[in-house]
Design a protein around this ligand. Sequence first.
Ligand code: GLV
Length: 324
Amino acid sequence: MTGTTPRIVVSRWIPDDAVALLREVGEVWLPEPDRALPAAELHEVLAGADAAVVTLSERVDAAFADAAGPGLKVVANVAVGHDNVDVPALAERGITVTNTPGVLTDATADIAFGLLLSVTRRLGEGERLLRSRTPWSFHLGFMLGSGLQGKTLGVVGLGQIGRAMAARAQAFGMSVVYTGRRRAPADVEASLDATYLPQDELLATADVVSLHCPLTTETRHLIDAEALAAMKPTAFLVNTTRGPVVDEAALAAALREGTIAGAGLDVFEHEPDVHPGLLDLDNVALAPHLGSATVETRTAMATLAARNVLAVLAGEPPLTEVTP
Ligand code: GLV
């Protein structure tokens, strides 16, 4: 520690409950009013930090750690995904990295299923029609969508959020197949009645492909033009993990050309930008990275991050560590 009171740098606004926890043990710096700090400015305020609380928009790498200096003990990422953090570079310097698994599972699965309903039942398109004051009248052929009952959900990555998505699909009368790096435990497969398939078979059979794998070097552009071409022309893609798992230009082309029927997207390859080709299409439901955006979930995420900081500063093991 640089002095007797630890310095805790928080990169962006977090809920008050979490700030209060941090203030119990240290002197907390956060941008007031809230704003995204350019890296150089963030690095300046990091000098002398014992702990940092960051969001997925900040790049946490060797330069970040070096800007903080040798006192930095812990970086708590307020997100479950940690592709923004160079975990090996921090581990090399003895810095603990933590994330926030578990507490955002239901909120994220809710958004994934919400986007799926939105695109299959054309809710956004219908709302745009009404708001544009376009004349309409009820008739039996008007704005027909696709039902989900009896269809197959293909989950890519049957982790906590993938399982929560599968459970929602089950409740809607869908059957579940999944793919991933490894088979899920037998009891998980049994409770979701989920069948493991190699990725190419899943893409060829699923009516809905929902992505729940982390972004890694292996999963970057996992869904590219070839993968999209392997999907059924009647199938939908849902992405609530990280934008770069999908080749967004290839997706825009596939949606335009009818290679697949539609998509529901909460995340984008170059956030906050959205591929312009997607913005003009009606067969895509869009949300601005709202997966975990409820008051309850964001409070739970930030307090978990704060508890991780408190644990490490007290010399105790963190609650949810990310290991290289
Ligand atoms: C949100 O995107 C998260 O990874 O928690």
